[in-house]
Design a protein around this ligand. Structure first.
Ligand code: FES
Length: 288
């Protein structure tokens, strides 16, 4: 008699097939929701992304069962669904916390403090990248640019922005989330759990009283370019004080003088090309 690799405890890195189905009552409920989503699209396969959010709202991450459900509903193969689910980082592939705390460590946020925030949170929470706290509340991860560089460094919780963070404010943020205290993002409705967020992203209304009215929009710094393009006068320089009521030490808002505020647009920088000894830039020594 032969034994399978899984019976021998050997993983070949291949998915086990077939995935188990949802219990009948769960499937009936999800089917009704899925049909509502699919009806919004001229081509049913276009509903795959919201359906993946729907199954993520059910289990907190996209399981093989969820992918099989999506494939059944959209007449796709599980391979096609898997290819999409594994491409987008918004779909989680393993059980995670109620709050996905993402610290932007892309270049601008990193130099503005994102790296320090991430290190602080790892130590404060006792978890590494992609790991979840023992209470199941917070999953920490470092993330790429969130297109919110004008508010760097930013932290995202379940895709809501927390602008101009510091290590101290980030620690208070995760403490509040773990304690179940109400948390309001900088630009958006008050926080809800990852599963609740996933259902909203699947296209179902946010039914929390007042939540829609709390929804945020682009902040002033993000709209400066638009205002200039419309011919409006350049606004005063936007400087956001870091932290908030929790911040133990408020940073002073300092308007730098032109001499202090050097950037590539303000004044010539010391570069190799401006080195008087080498006006044309660095030159290679003969033989190098
Ligand atoms: S680098 Fe962090 S939002 Fe762009």
């Amino acid at each position: 008699m032969t034994t399978s690799s899984s019976e021998r405890g050997v993983s070949l890195g291949m998915p086990e097939l077939p995935a188990p189905a949802y219990p009948d009552d769960v499937r009936a409920r999800l089917e009704a929701d899925a049909r509502e989503v699919i009806a919004r699209y001229p081509d049913s396969r276009s509903a795959l992304l919201p359906l993946l959010h729907l199954v993520q709202a059910e289990e907190g991450h996209v399981t093989r069962t969820g992918m099989r459900f999506c494939a059944d509903m959209l007449d796709l193969t599980t391979a096609e669904v898997t290819a999409v689910a594994t491409f987008y980082t918004m779909y989680r592939r393993k059980p995670s916390g109620d709050y996905q705390v993402g610290v932007c460590t892309n270049t601008l946020c990193a130099v503005m403090g994102g790296d320090a925030i991430f290190e602080t949170l790892q130590e404060h929470l006792g978890v590494g990248n992609g790991e979840t706290t023992d209470d199941g509340k917070v999953t920490l991860e470092h993330i790429e640019c969130n297109a919110a560089c004008d508010y760097a460094p930013v932290v995202m919780v379940n895709w809501e922005f927390f602008d101009n963070q510091t290590p101290t404010s980030a620690k208070h943020l995760v403490d509040d989330l773990r304690a179940g205290r109400p948390v309001q993002p900088t630009r958006g409705a008050r926080m809800c759990t990852f599963k609740e967020t996933a259902r909203i992203l699947a296209g179902f209304p946010d039914e929390r009283p007042g939540a829609v009215e709390e929804g945020g929009s682009a902040g002033p710094a993000s709209l400066v370019g638009l205002r200039l393009a419309r011919g409006e006068a350049a606004p005063a320089r936007v400087v956001h004080p870091r932290g908030g009521p929790h911040e133990e030490q408020q940073d002073r808002v300092h308007e730098p003088s032109p001499a202090e505020h050097l950037s590539s647009h303000d004044a010539p920088q010391e570069t190799s090309a401006s080195d008087p000894a080498h006006p044309a830039g660095p030159t290679a020594e003969e033989g190098e």
